[in-house]
Design a protein around this ligand. Structure first.
Ligand code: GRF
Length: 211
């Protein structure tokens, strides 16, 4: 049996959250971190586009924001380098991709792999990609859910930190199913991040254990 090192963070841990949309997962983290006992502070919020509710939520909470748009860069590499630099400026302990609709590149992973989380609205390894709820519905599964994982170079392939199941109802549409998943996803995210920042975790191959 191998003994994996326990990873622990500063207290309170510094979180940077990246968003591309409505930011309800971000909001759940902002709400949770209002309580000092949670053990973390959201120190910065980044996005790959302007004008989204996620950025407004951060602004209302008084959290600094930044935007790095792919289109403002000659290629993906330079965008990834700029994103990495922008995130690094906040000196984060954990980076949380909360509905961030871009794959992180080599620079980002070299700097933040092992401490970057992403949340996906399906039960990995099923239905990776941007259409998790729609693909689950089309396939006809009776149970789907959400997955929190440590980001690697693949599409929703990283080591799994937490999962929650959600029943698919006979009259579900993609939207009703996704909304029900998101309710569970927010609580999974807050619960797991809280445990990681307060107790630490180990990674042994693909097995992540929250302590
Ligand atoms: C979440 O279901 C996330 O997993 C997916 O997009 C949704 C983002 O929701 N990638 P929000 O922006 O946090 O409200």
């Amino acid at each position: 049996m191998s003994v994996a090192d326990r990873i622990t963070l500063r207290s309170p841990a510094r979180l940077v959250v990246l968003v591309s949309g409505s930011g309800t997962n971000l909001q759940a983290l902002l709400d949770a971190t209002e309580d000092p006992a949670f053990g973390a502070t959201v120190v910065g919020v980044g996005a790959d586009r302007d004008g989204i509710e996620g950025l407004s939520r951060a602004a209302r909470a008084g959290v600094p924001t930044f935007v790095e748009k792919l289109g403002d860069h000659p290629d993906r590499f330079s965008w990834d380098r700029a994103l990495t630099k922008a995130v690094d400026a906040y000196d984060p302990d954990l980076v949380v991709l909360a509905g961030f609709m871009k794959l992180c590149g080599a620079d980002f992973l070299a700097r933040f792999a092992g401490r970057t989380l992403n949340t996906h609205p399906a039960l990995s390894p099923s239905f990776p990609g941007t259409r998790g709820p729609a693909d689950a519905l089309e396939y006809g599964v009776k149970v789907t859910g959400c997955t929190l994982f440590l980001v690697d170079a693949g599409m929703d392939t990283g080591a799994i930190v937490a999962q929650r199941a959600v029943d698919v109802l006979d009259d579900d549409t993609t939207q009703t199913l996704h909304e029900r998943i998101k309710t569970v996803e927010r609580s999974m995210l807050v619960d797991a991040v809280g445990r990681m920042v307060r107790g630490g975790w180990t990674v042994d191959g693909r097995k992540v254990t929250l302590l």
